[in-house]
Ligand binder design. Structure first.
Ligand SMILES: Nc1ncnc2c1ncn2[C@@H]1O[C@H](COP(=O)(O)O)[C@@H](OP(=O)(O)O)[C@H]1O
Ligand SMILES: [Mg+2]
Ligand SMILES: [Mg+2]
Ligand SMILES: [Mg+2]
Length: 354
């Protein structure tokens, strides 16, 4: 008998994220350079985001029908008459993804039940997307789903991630991420691409390829001094304040340039020691970070030996609904250095207020 907690959830989450990652990889080739569709909040969304959400939510509904899903996307924009071509594409892509087998038998088997009762009509697929409508909260089980995180990176041919976390009684207990464009071996940037990351609370952090189920343990770098650290931040200056980040780095004596990367691939990178600190200082007073942008990544880093908090050093609170409304910004670093990084964050932010 397996001793790993949440082993069934982990297995299903890996299958779901893998299928969605392969779909995204295929769709990215066709979409790079296009702008996607603008959502009401002006951010982009693509057929890839919708199809990925429909696939993952169908698998979760089959295996864990009582669980709720906090998914980023919903079908309201798609129901506009002007979006019928996109709807057709989603139905076609989702059906194609269902007919393609996953490389590993065990993972493929998880989908058999979905195939048997396969969502067929447009209405079925839109309903699958809309199962992501949970308001979240402190009680019960909620899956946090970001079907494509880093949509802007996805559209520019950069990094993006399929992210799935399980939140139980307000705490993240399982996180799985698929990064189709991330090199499997950070030392060989031109080598095989496509890495899956998985963490269960209290069980450590692991990485594997898309084609083998062998899990390799990963951990954060143990730095001898913060000045030798490298830090990651968003590519988008509208998502995190590059100038505050630069001042924090200066205060810590960091001389290396920041590594800019879209999506929760940042959490994955620092969790495996390819980079040390993730800084996400707010650009806007009112923006609330979204649960699906941080659930899986923050657990992975915590399980790899890090501490993830907001800019004030407060733990991220996943029990408050669809957003992290009790927190501001995100700071992730090795547990031995996190407090020092928070001190520098406070100093940099204090200077800006003067
Ligand atoms: N003003 C803002 N501040 C912080 N994050 C924002 C933001 N506007 C959008 N985002 C989030 O930033 C995420 C991408 O993060 P990153 O910059 O690290 O790649 C987006 O996820 P999606 O791409 O899934 O929509 C979106 O949820
Ligand atoms: Mg988005
Ligand atoms: Mg996101
Ligand atoms: Mg997204």
């Amino acid at each position: 008998m397996s001793t790993i907690r949440y082993s069934r959830e982990r297995q299903i989450a890996l299958s779901a994220v893998l299928k969605a990652s392969l779909l995204a990889q295929k769709v990215q080739e066709q979409l790079v350079g296009s702008g996607g569709v603008e959502k009401r909040d002006k951010s982009p969304v693509t057929v890839g985001d919708y199809t990925s959400q429909a696939l993952v939510s169908s698998l979760l509904a089959l295996h864990f029908p009582a669980d709720r899903i906090i998914g980023e996307e919903d079908s309201s924009d798609l129901r506009q008459p002007s979006q019928s071509a996109i709807k057709d594409q989603i139905v076609r892509l989702a059906s194609e993804a269902m007919s393609e087998s996953l490389p590993l038998e065990e993972e493929e088997r998880a989908w058999e039940g979905v195939k048997a009762g396969e969502p067929k009509t447009e209405a079925d697929w839109l309903a699958a997307i809309d199962r992501g409508n949970s308001e979240g909260g402190a009680s019960g089980r909620h899956w946090a789903l970001d079907p494509i995180d880093g949509t802007k990176g996805f559209l520019r041919g950069g990094q993006y991630a399929v992210c799935l976390g399980l939140i139980e009684e307000g705490e993240v207990v399982l996180g799985v991420m698929g990064c189709p464009n991330l090199p499997l071996d950070p030392k060989n940037k031109d080598g095989e691409k496509g890495a899956l990351f998985v963490a269960v609370k209290g069980e450590g952090a692991f990485q594997r390829s898309f084609t083998s189920s062998t899990l390799t343990p990963i951990s954060m770098s143990t730095l001898t001094s913060l000045s030798s650290a490298s830090f990651c931040e968003s590519v988008e200056a509208g998502h995190s304040d590059h100038s505050t980040n630069a001042r924090i780095a200066q205060l810590l004596g960091i001389t290396k340039d920041s590594v800019r990367m879209d999506s929760q691939a940042k959490y994955c990178s620092i969790a495996r020691g390819d980079g040390d600190i993730y800084l996400r200082l707010p650009v806007s007073e009112t923006y609330q970070e979204k649960v699906w942008d941080h659930a899986s990544g923050s657990l992975l880093v915590a399980e790899a030996g890090g501490v993830v908090s907001d800019m004030h050093g407060k733990p991220l609170d996943f029990s408050l609904g669809r957003t992290l409304r009790g927190n501001k910004g995100v700071v992730a670093a090795h547990k031995d250095w996190h407090a020092k990084v928070i001190e520098a964050v406070q100093q940099a932010v204090g200077e800006e207020k003067k």
